[in-house]
Design a protein around this ligand. Structure first.
Ligand code: GLU
Length: 486
């Protein structure tokens, strides 16, 4: 493979970009970047009723957010445009005309009712429902009569009889289909719009696509497409069909298993690199044990021969774990930017984020960054910094403060912070150390009562964060309250 690699992502803009589509886009993108090839974005908008500019926009924004850029196509242009199928209708009509002139396609006038009756009859005989060729050999006279009746017509492709079509799939090996199971299929609908199987062939061929990587659901379309390549004397690309994505219960991934759109993950505060890292593992397996990869590493390591045939299982816990890894690696400033909207939404922040508040937020976010698996969760972790009405979270916490050793700890701590010039995480560490030394108590005997007296909880961020975040005045307020001095 070399720089002639030309791959495409060809979504139908009938909804937001989903996990499965994003994975196809990613695999194509990685192949293009690995071999210095070109990535093309094409919109397959022939379903006029369901396609929308909002969906197109959502797909574009989601791809951009994931960092999956393209070299040609929508919003970019290129030598093989237009890149929206509804803008290429002439190409399809001409090609259909060519097939018709060679007898490889024909007009079909069957009505919906006739087709439905045929489907039922096939099923009643236990056969695959398919078009049985009623209009295959119409005489001119019959055609004229049907035209005169004002019937709508479609163009059907004449499927060669009793042939085998072999899909040489890069993931699945050779998959053989019999044409006897494929009825003559529609290539141009009655409104002059091509069907997916027809438009995709012409576009992939005319756009000089070398590799088509897409979801397994399109494997059964591939023999139909190969027959058209043959009829149109076009060279087919290589195909790689990536397995379905299943939920943990092994049924097809759906909303029941978690959000399916990329925008939903973005909105919850997932990081794009984390999602990319998660998506690549849905079907591709790395050679070694490592599971966290930078884009550079993925570009180097990705290959189609490590894409699995068996279904990928969507594991939300794994996504959370991966996202947590990327959150921990991120500069605190980035997490603040992502966290502020959630803090506002939950009412923890109301006014403007001034430079002072920003500095305070740095400590707040740094104190919980290592625990987050998703930025949206931050409000639960940090709510305790905002409300000075400390509640004991449970009896265990309440019991900690009943120990007679607690009062000297709290009092000495009060004195020490009163003496401190400034409370930063660094000098708080020193204060805490001095405190244990002075009281000749083990760390736990000092830290646990302080933690509970300041937060009402037995677990949480490091005390050397909590103390400077609260600051002297609020610490005194809280201690008075939890020590029953109020
Ligand atoms: N428009 C098709 C889809 O979104 C594309 C399939 C293909 O990649 O050929 O499923």
């Amino acid at each position: 493979m070399d720089s002639k690699v030309r791959v495409r992502f060809a979504p139908s803009p009938t909804g937001p970009l989903h996990i499965g589509g994003a994975r196809s886009a990613l695999f194509n993108w990685l192949l293009a970047r690995k071999y210095g090839g070109k990535m093309i974005l094409r919109m397959e908008d022939t379903d006029l009723e369901r396609s929308s500019t909002e969906s197109e926009q959502n797909i574009i924004e989601s791809l951009e957010w994931l960092g999956l850029n393209w070299d040609e196509g929508i919003n970019k242009g290129g030598d093989y445009g237009p890149y929206r199928q509804t803008e290429r209708l002439k190409t399809y009509i001409e090609a259909a005309g060519e097939l018709m002139s060679r007898g490889q396609a024909y007009y079909c006038y069957c009505t919906e009712e006739e087709l439905e009756a045929e489907r039922q009859a096939c099923m009643a005989r236990g056969e695959l429902p398919r078009y049985l060729g009623r209009c295959r050999n119409l005489s001119e006279e019959e055609r004229n009569r049907l035209e005169a009746e004002g019937r709508k017509r479609v163009v059907r492709f004449r499927v060669p009889e009793n042939e085998k079509v072999v899909v040489e799939d890069e993931v699945r090996g050779n998959v053989v289909f019999e044409t006897s199971g494929i009825g003559d299929y529609v290539i141009i609908k009655s409104d002059g719009i091509p069907t997916y199987n027809f438009a995709v062939v012409l576009d992939d061929a005319l756009m000089k696509i070398t590799h088509v990587i897409r979801g397994e659901e399109h494997l059964s379309n591939t023999p139909r497409q190969l027959l058209l390549y043959d009829a149109l004397n076009l060279d087919p690309p290589s195909f790689a069909h990536v397995s379905l994505i299943l939920g943990k219960d092994r049924s097809k991934m759906s909303k029941r298993h978690g959000s399916t759109s990329i925008e939903a993950y973005r909105a919850k505060g997932y990081l794009p690199e984390a999602l990319v890292n998660f998506l690549v593992l849905l079907g591709w397996s790395p050679a070694g044990e490592e599971e966290i990869f930078s884009m550079e590493e993925l570009i180097n390591q990705f290959s189609l021969d490590r894409v699995a045939k068996n279904p990928a299982v969507f594991d939300a816990d794994k996504l959370n774990w991966i996202n947590g890894c990327y959150i921990r690696k991120s500069p605190v400033e980035r997490i603040i930017d992502l966290a502020v909207p959630f803090l506002r939404e939950s009412g923890l922040i109301t006014g403007e984020v001034t430079p002072d508040i920003y500095d305070w937020l740095k400590m707040v976010v740094a104190s919980v960054q290592e625990y987050l698996s998703c930025v949206a969760d931050i409000t639960d972790y940090v709510a305790m910094y905002f409300d000075d009405h400390v509640q004991m979270e449970n009896d265990e916490a309440g019991a900690v403060l009943e120990d007679p050793d607690v009062a000297p700890v709290i009092n000495t701590f009060r004195r020490k912070i009163a003496e401190a010039e400034e409370l930063t995480p660094e000098n708080t560490k020193a204060i805490l150390k001095a405190l244990t030394k002075e009281l000749k108590l083990g760390g736990k005997k000092v830290y646990m009562p302080l933690r509970v007296a300041l937060t009402g909880r037995t677990h949480g961020p490091e005390l050397f964060y909590i103390i400077p975040i609260l600051g002297r005045d609020r610490i005194l307020v809280r201690l008075a309250q939890t020590m029953g001095e109020g």
